[in-house]
Design a protein around this ligand. Structure first.
Ligand code: FES
Length: 130
């Protein structure tokens, strides 16, 4: 076993995560889970007038998944759905710093959940013929 250690920013974010909780009224929902660790992260986006006005997350996962989910939700705010659909894990790392070697997929999963939520919103709009 390697000595895995999270940096301070990740620990702080984990201990008081902003934007946590479900949003049943969300316009787009993205889910990622079932990887080797089994952690499950969901991102809930609200979109008004072409930009993300609300972003929440839930995570049944490790410290890194919770911290990354919280940062991802916060970073998604104010973007257009198209921009959110391009969201990358690197942006989470810029805010929280590096994740331990074996935890690289935590920000990857959170970023993918944002992209899926944005795509969900875009797809629903298309289905409605907007
Ligand atoms: Fe899998 Fe963190 S260990 S998301």
């Amino acid at each position: 076993m390697s000595a895995m250690q999270y940096n301070e920013k990740i620990m702080e974010r984990f201990l008081s995560p902003e934007n946590i909780g479900e949003d049943p009224e969300a316009d787009g929902i993205g889910e990622v889970g079932g990887g080797e660790c089994g952690d499950l992260t969901r991102i809930y986006l609200r979109v008004e007038n072409g930009s993300v006005t609300g972003a929440r997350f839930t995570s049944f996962g490790c410290v890194g998944a919770v911290a990354a989910g919280s940062a991802a939700a916060q970073l998604a705010l104010g973007r257009t759905p198209e921009q959110a659909a391009e969201f990358s894990a690197g942006e989470i790392v810029e805010v929280l710093g590096d994740f331990p070697e074996e935890k690289q997929h935590c920000p990857e999963n959170a970023a993918l959940a944002v992209r899926r939520a944005a795509e969900d919103y875009i797809r629903k709009g298309r289905e409605k013929g907007k």
